[in-house]
Write a protein that binds this ligand. Structure first.
Ligand code: CU
Length: 324
């Protein structure tokens, strides 16, 4: 896994600006720490010298105008240094914001990311509605292109945070936020919800997959395709089960009778890396465990346990595992 969730391993323009700011602040904070410790050491040494004299109280009470003046000078220097450091930090953080703002370009592709308790809906927008792709829990980006993310929420406030690529941005119900993002290095990165949003907040992760541009275009074209009816008879039984059971009222699979919107779209589910927003790897065994008891894996999540006969469960797993 390249660059697995670290703000200090930037793979995008926004991330690089944030990392540079972080290192600059660390350097300044280190200098300040060293200076404060040196001053502390100096005053301790002085205290030891004073207590070593025969009559410390008389020594401390004695006035020394020259020493007072020197002390005042040092306080003045410290005040000026503090102000200068704050101003430099302010200027650096303005520079970071400007670097991120420069990503805006006309005609950029727009991707809508919606926070839902406790998963991510991702829609690749297009002026032609038929070309819009709806998927979940993975954000695919082309390297080297500025992309406008439209951030929304369906329920409570969430926060989108892909530390390798950019700083955080809140997803607010009833209000669209926009984040310009430009990934530079292909790879797989981890994003997560960074605003407490309920019991399964910690299990609300998302993979961010940065592709070379042509690879991204091919991926998006493949996602636009609806599914074909499975040739295999077990998988076909799985499709029938999916449509007959409550699954289809919550999940959509383009090319079938399933149009539900409450849960993640499953059209190309087998291509996804994980189940339930990063919670489990997407393997037939984990999928079986999820369908048997979603509440055991992610307690409180909004998928109920649907009672299934053993052959229905097998058929569903065969069908969903084939949705490539
Ligand atoms: Cu959240």
């Amino acid at each position: 896994m390249t660059g697995w969730q670290s703000a200090l391993d930037p793979a995008g323009v926004g991330g690089s600006a944030v990392a540079a700011l972080w290192w600059a602040m660390l350097a300044m904070a280190t200098l300040v720490l060293v200076a404060v410790l040196a001053a502390l050491g100096w005053s301790l040494a002085r205290h030891l010298r004073i207590t070593a004299v025969a009559d410390p109280i008389a020594f401390a009470a004695r006035t020394d105008p020259a020493a007072d003046q020197q002390a005042t000078r040092w306080v003045g220097v410290a005040v000026i240094a503090t102000t200068a450091i704050l101003l430099v930090t302010f200027a650096l953080s303005l520079g970071t914001s400007r670097a991120a703002a420069r990503l805006a370009v006309d005609g950029a592709a727009e991707i809508e990311v919606t926070g839902v308790q406790w998963w991510w809906e991702v829609r690749y927008l297009d002026s032609l509605p038929a070309r819009i792709v709806r998927t979940a829990n993975e954000l695919h980006l082309p390297a080297g292109r500025s992309i406008r993310l439209r951030l929304r929420s369906r329920d409570v406030i969430h926060s989108f945070w892909a530390p390798n690529l950019h700083g955080k941005m809140d997803l607010i119900p009833g209000h669209d936020n926009y984040l310009w993002i430009k990934a530079e290095r292909p790879g797989t990165y981890r994003a997560q919800c960074a605003e407490f949003c309920g019991v399964q907040h910690t299990k609300m992760a998302m993979a961010v997959i940065v592709h070379a541009p042509e690879e991204y275009d091919a991926w998006l074209a493949a996602q636009r395709e609806p599914v074909r009816s499975p040739a295999d008879s077990v998988a076909l039984a799985g499709l029938r089960t999916f449509e007959a059971q409550p699954c289809a009222t919550c999940h959509s699979i383009r090319g079938t009778m399933a149009y539900g919107q409450a849960g993640p779209d499953l059209t190309h589910f087998a291509r996804r890396r994980t189940i339930a927003a990063g919670e489990r790897p997407n393997t037939p065994a984990e999928l079986t465990a999820w369908l048997l008891n979603p509440q055991g894996i992610k307690p409180g999540n909004h998928m109920p346990k649907v009672p299934l006969a053993a052959d229905e469960l097998n058929a569903l797993v065969a069908y969903l595992s084939g949705l490539r």
